[in-house]
Design a protein around this ligand. Structure first.
Ligand code: SF4
Length: 83
């Protein structure tokens, strides 16, 4: 399988949906397990983000982060204290 590299300065508009998913998955795979939130907490956080009015195409309008990456970090928190 080809190991594609991505430029950190690329814009989302330059990614197709599959590339975007692949990039997020790759970032999650790279995250150190000690830094990661447990699976049940991660799932709960994403459910909350999924119902939040700030969610916009995978990013949080309050902080600009990719919610799937923010929620995966053990010590992260929601900027609106929803989780
Ligand atoms: S991180 Fe907080 S404010 Fe942002 S989308 Fe998730 S729940 Fe909403």
């Amino acid at each position: 399988m080809e190991d594609k590299r991505y430029c950190r300065k690329c814009l989302l508009k330059d990614f197709d949906e599959e590339q975007y998913r692949s990039l997020i998955k790759k970032e999650l795979d790279w995250m150190d397990t000690e830094m990661r939130a447990p699976d049940d907490i991660y799932a709960r956080r994403l459910r909350i983000c999924g119902d939040c009015e700030k969610l916009n195409q995978g990013t949080c309008a309050a902080c600009g982060c990719y919610v799937e990456l923010r929620a995966a970090a053990r010590k992260a928190s929601c900027p609106h204290k929803k989780w």
